[in-house]
Design a protein around this ligand. Structure first.
Ligand SMILES: Nc1ncnc2c1ncn2[C@@H]1O[C@H](COP(=O)(O)OP(=O)(O)O)[C@@H](O)[C@H]1O
Ligand SMILES: [Mg+2]
Length: 259
């Protein structure tokens, strides 16, 4: 975890702000995300976590502020361009195609990133590369035994795993995960937590998750958001010990169970 050489963050936001009319959902957020780390964003329901992810992924345009990925300004890029640069995201609600098999879903994921970057290659070669990526993604997300199963026939937990697979098929360097454990039972959660741990060996991860046991088990760093603002950033130990966080969030009766 400790690195003597200061690195440029893989992702950096400066004074990032998103207002919906009078409501400021994300307010003046300046954060550095270090390469190779799992950085969790926690906070009560409505804190602005999903909106922040939507800004980072290009699904929403900020009202103010900037976003830099590997030193490059991506503030105004649309989501497909952000994905092309290597930022993958999963959604809080599942986003798969139920009538397609695992392989076909991952194929679509791979295709979405490769279709423009490989437009100079012959179709047969493009097809082969897309297929290789899809097969690799299925293996990475732990669904090899489900390769040719229709998504609709799988359990909810497997569908969420597949969604991560579709994102992996784009071969992202940075993963944005919005509540990957939502709606899962303990067994399924355990599998996805293991998957996140495995992925974190080769990816930078920004994780929104309300399951505090999971968050504290996988995160290197945590940022606490409340009312659109960053309350505090620190290691799991620092956040656990923080009085401000206790008061604003963790200390509340049901603090660990908000979306
Ligand atoms: N598209 C939208 N239009 C208007 N208000 C929104 C929109 N998206 C989110 N909000 C509001 O912004 C605030 C933050 O929401 P959100 O980012 O979803 O919080 P979280 O993910 O932390 O629960 C909430 O008050 C929510 O109602
Ligand atoms: Mg949310």
């Amino acid at each position: 975890m400790t690195d003597p050489i200061p690195q440029t963050p893989i992702l950096q936001t400066q004074a990032l702000t998103k207002a919906f009319g009078a409501l400021v959902a994300v307010s003046n957020v300046s954060l550095d995300f270090a390469e190779g780390r799992v950085h969790a964003i926690i906070g009560p329901n409505g804190a602005g976590k999903t909106t922040l992810i939507n800004l980072l992924s290009g699904d929403l345009l900020p009202t103010q502020g900037t976003i830099a990925y590997r030193g490059e300004d991506i503030t105004h890029l649309p989501s497909n361009a952000v994905s092309q640069m290597g930022i993958g995201r999963s959604y809080q609600k599942t986003n798969i195609f139920p009538d397609f098999t695992c392989l076909q879903n991952c194929w679509l994921g791979a295709q979405s990133r490769l279709n423009t970057s490989m437009k100079f290659l012959r179709p047969a070669r493009t097809y082969r590369r897309v297929m290789e990526r899809a097969e690799r993604a299925i293996e990475q997300c732990g669904l090899t035994h489900r390769r040719d199963t229709r998504a609709a026939a799988m359990s909810y937990g497997e569908q969420r795993q597949l969604e991560i697979g579709m994102m992996l098929a784009t071969e992202p360097g940075l993963l944005l995960l919005d509540e990957p454990l939502a709606g899962m039972g303990p067994d399924e959660s355990g599998q996805v937590i293991d998957l996140i741990k495995r992925l974190s060996q080769h990816h930078t991860v920004i994780l929104i998750e309300h399951d505090m046991d999971a968050v504290f088990a996988v995160a290197d760093l945590l940022t606490v958001m409340v009312n659109g603002e960053v309350l505090e950033t620190g290691t799991p130990d620092q956040i656990r010990a923080s009085q401000a966080v206790q008061d604003a969030y963790l200390g509340t009766e049901d603090g660990g169970h908000h979306g």
